[in-house]
Design a protein around this ligand. Sequence first.
Ligand SMILES: CC(C)(COP(=O)(O)OP(=O)(O)OC[C@H]1O[C@@H](n2cnc3c(N)ncnc32)[C@H](O)[C@@H]1OP(=O)(O)O)[C@@H](O)C(=O)NCCC(=O)NCCS
Length: 392
Amino acid sequence: MRDAYIVTSIRTPGCKRNKGAFKDTRPEDLLSFILTEGVEKTKNMEKKDVEDIMIGCSFPEAEQGLNIGRIASQIAGFPVDVTGATVNRFCASGLEAIAQAALRVMAGWSDIVIGGGLESMTYVPMGGNLPRPHPEYTQKLADLYASMGITAENVAHRYNVSRESQDEFAYQSQMKAAEAKSKNLYKEIVPTPAARYVEQEDGTYKKETFLQDFDDGIREGTTLEGLANLNPVFAAGGTVTAGNASQMTDGAAATVIMSEDEVKALGLKPIAKFKSYTTVGCKPDEMGIGPKLAIPKLMKLAAMDLKDVGLFEINEAFASQALYCINELGIDKQNVNIHGGAIALGHPLGCTGAKLCATLLNNMQERGVKYGVESMCIGGGMGAAALFELCE
Ligand SMILES: CC(C)(COP(=O)(O)OP(=O)(O)OC[C@H]1O[C@@H](n2cnc3c(N)ncnc32)[C@H](O)[C@@H]1OP(=O)(O)O)[C@@H](O)C(=O)NCCC(=O)NCCS
């Protein structure tokens, strides 16, 4: 197998569903923008050099529907012979897209592929616009259709993750993010055009564009007392609140992957190698434990030990599940989500896997860490994990 080299990995800011900077920005615009930026930031490479574009999306319908991987790449001006696909593994969709792009290169089937992700949770709500579960199997397999919040409550309840520890974890996420934002450490963010509709004197609305360059869900003023005062949102007497759950978010991300021959031909300095990727299943009603299962499986596959990994991005779908997985794995919290996670920065479902890749690679470069792992839980009862190796 050949090596798959990542030469560019970037993301838009993550902005709050319905209230944030991208609430009036169509998902096609977010994705086509970040794809173009992925090419422009890759020295000596042009759109025509890309063979395929794999895009993760969790609810690929309506404005982000049909085949958004193809539609957005054509909007972005890639030549017609550059193909595009949409990949869905719910919260791991963006990572799955990157893994499939990397596999194409590793197998020798392609030389340059872009993997990325997109989700506008403003335009397409979680669950989709018209969910139509199978009437018999909603009874037989009810857990497959469970609310993600209830699965987080199940993890908290079954594995004794207290409200206090969830709030403390959420507080830390917010504080790390606030610090990283103030120090301008999110180098993977590309300032992104956002639309807004401004009322004119005659009562009509005019579309204007502004540049959004920060994650707008971070709450710098978060306190433990404030978090403790929030009511549970998914279950009476439960522990999961708006403060210790991931935020619903709009965003897009892109990663350019190529063979060693192309890296040399274009005279590029690669960021990292995409080393390995795995997925694992678990009970749907406790889907949050996915990373606890996926990360050891990944380590076994790579014949590595957890202590060889210097940084982790473990998606904070909910504090209960992220904290449970981190504790069970015995990972040093100092090395996890060092600039905050989805509780502060948001979780744009199908984009998240690609977003976390950009973040992890940025952080690995910042800290000079050789091995980094990205992992997340997945609705329906799964976990995914990927290993990246920083290039010298
Ligand atoms: C939990 C959830 C329902 C909350 O939705 P929401 O009400 O839109 O959340 P918001 O972020 O707007 O917060 C609501 C309120 O909670 C309070 N709040 C939120 N975070 C807070 C914090 N860190 N400190 C203090 N108060 C906070 C505020 O009063 C806030 O209102 P405000 O924005 O007007 O100040 C939603 O974020 C959710 O469903 N998250 C999980 C998504 C999911 O399941 N993803 C898939 C995972 S597998």
